[in-house]
Every structure is written in structure tokens, then in C-alpha cells.
Design a protein around this ligand. Structure first.
Ligand code: 5GP
Ligand code: MG
Ligand code: MG
Length: 182
């Protein structure tokens, strides 16, 4: 077995995540108390664990849909292209929508995704991100709800990957490189 060239240090425990989601769900239930049907839209793939836990705390009539966006472009440039790789299956016109994201980093992804979804005229369009790295922001975007503000560190776990691995960790961890080029 090759030796892994990184270690993962726990940053946010599974217990802390669960407690935060309970509190967020109370606020979201308040906001959408009167909804006919709330469409909860997960951004693939990093939000899949968060959306699963969040919807189970929402005592509301809920539908679940998914959208996949991918961003390309030179990280040195502040304007990145965000492409929709997989669109929603259902209609959102006139309906309440909550977009669920794993991390707001530069802000480009959620800024573009909400701009795109807004063209379909949903009744209410709100966003929630489990993690927020405000220090990395390139465009002015603020999610309506945020789980935790974190420093500029590369994180994994709870749905979030490093090269498609570590999504199944129950906590959020910080990647610490340990190889020769660390
Ligand atoms: P942005 O806000 O820059 O458009 O992009 C946010 C996306 O960048 C997140 O959905 C996530 O896919 C990715 N990202 C940002 N920070 C991290 C991180 O620390 N770890 C991982 N695995 N992905 C990240
Ligand atoms: Mg993502
Ligand atoms: Mg990723």
C-alpha cells in the first residue's frame, strides 16, 4: 500500500454539525411555515450528506431535486465560468426553492446558480451553505443561512471530497499535506 501523502485533522465534529443543522432547520421551518411545497435543491455532489440530514429535520412538505454545476477558469481571474452540467428535473416557477450547497468559497457558483434559477421566477429563492470561507470571496454573495464560518483551509468529509475520496467521513476535517512537497 502506498503511504498517503496527507492526513486529516478534525475541524468540526459530527455532533457539532448535527446540533447546528437542528438550529438551522428551526429557522428554515419558520421562514417557509406557510409554504405549499418547498423544493430543496442540492448542488451535486458535495451537498448530498448535508441535504439528507437537513431535509429530515424539516417538518414541511418537501420535494428534493438536484443540480450540478462546474466552474472552470484560471483561479487568478476573478471571473470564472460556471456551467450547468445537470439541470433540475422539476419546474420551480411560482414555487418555493431552497438551494443547498456544501461550501461558499469565491462565491461564483452560488451567485451564478441563483441568477440562473431566478430566471424561472420561483416564488421564494433562498440559499443555505454548510460552510463559508469569507476570506476567499471574489464576488459579493451571501447565503441566507450558513452553518459554520471557517478559515481558508482545504476541507473534506461530510459529503466533501479530496480527489473523490473522504466524502464518507462523518465529520469535517482539514487536509494536512505530509509528503515531501508539503
Ligand atoms: P465557489 O464558491 O468558489 O464558486 O465554489 C464553491 C465550491 O468549491 C464548493 O462547492 C466546493 O466544491 C469547492 N470547494 C471550496 N472549498 C473547498 C474545500 O475546502 N474543499 C473541497 N473539497 N472543495 C472546496
Ligand atoms: Mg461544490
Ligand atoms: Mg469537489
Amino acid at each position: 500500500m502506498p503511504k498517503p501523502d496527507y492526513a486529516i485533522d478534525e475541524m468540526i465534529s459530527a455532533k457539532a454539525i448535527a446540533a447546528r443543522i437542528e438550529a438551522l432547520a428551526r429557522e428554515i421551518r419558520g421562514e417557509f411555515r406557510d409554504t405549499g411545497q418547498l423544493i430543496v435543491v442540492g448542488l451535486l455532489r458535495g451537498s448530498f450528506v448535508f441535504i439528507a440530514d437537513l431535509v429530515r429535520e424539516l417538518d414541511l412538505p418537501v420535494e428534493v431535486d438536484f443540480l450540478e454545476a462546474s466552474s472552470y477558469g484560471n483561479s487568478m481571474e476573478s471571473s470564472r465560468e460556471v456551467r450547468i452540467l445537470k439541470d433540475l428535473r422539476g419546474e420551480i416557477g411560482g414555487r418555493d426553492v431552497l438551494v443547498v450547497e456544501d461550501i461558499v468559497d469565491t462565491g461564483h457558483t452560488l451567485a451564478r446558480v441563483t441568477e440562473y434559477l431566478a430566471t424561472r421566477a420561483p416564488a421564494r429563492l433562498r440559499t443555505i451553505a454548510l460552510l463559508d470561507k469569507p476570506a476567499r470571496r471574489e464576488v459579493d454573495f451571501k447565503a441566507d443561512w450558513t452553518g459554520f464560518e471557517i478559515p481558508d483551509e482545504f476541507v473534506v468529509g461530510y459529503g466533501i471530497d479530496y480527489a473523490q475520496r473522504n466524502r464518507n467521513l462523518p465529520f469535517i476535517g482539514k487536509v494536512r499535506f505530509t509528503g515531501d512537497d508539503a
